[in-house]
Design a protein. Structure first.
Length: 88
């Protein structure tokens, strides 16, 4: 998926290809952001798995992700997160 948006003094173009393999979902995000007369390139990788599917259609899933604030910067700033979600 390619998304472009513009507002005020900021422009962003984002590509986020995704694939599911044997119940695991993988999604890679990369942005090109222009704000305050400077470019930056954040990136993130997200991995998910449906843990349990109830007979009534409700499911429980888990995701983990890791994000780099700007891969073109001299000092990489990064963070990660994990989540558990219930889908109705």
């Amino acid at each position: 998926m390619l998304r472009c948006s513009r507002g005020g003094s900021m422009s962003i173009a984002r590509v986020s290809p995704a694939v599911t393999v044997q119940g695991w979902s993988f999604r890679f995000f990369v942005w090109e952001k222009y704000a305050n007369k400077a470019f930056s390139t954040p990136m993130a990788l997200q991995v998910g798995k449906k843990l349990f599917q109830f007979s009534n259609g409700v499911s429980i899933s888990a995701d983990v992700a890791y994000h780099f604030k700007d891969v073109t910067a001299k000092k990489l700033e990064s963070f990660g997160w994990c989540s558990i979600s219930v889908n109705f």
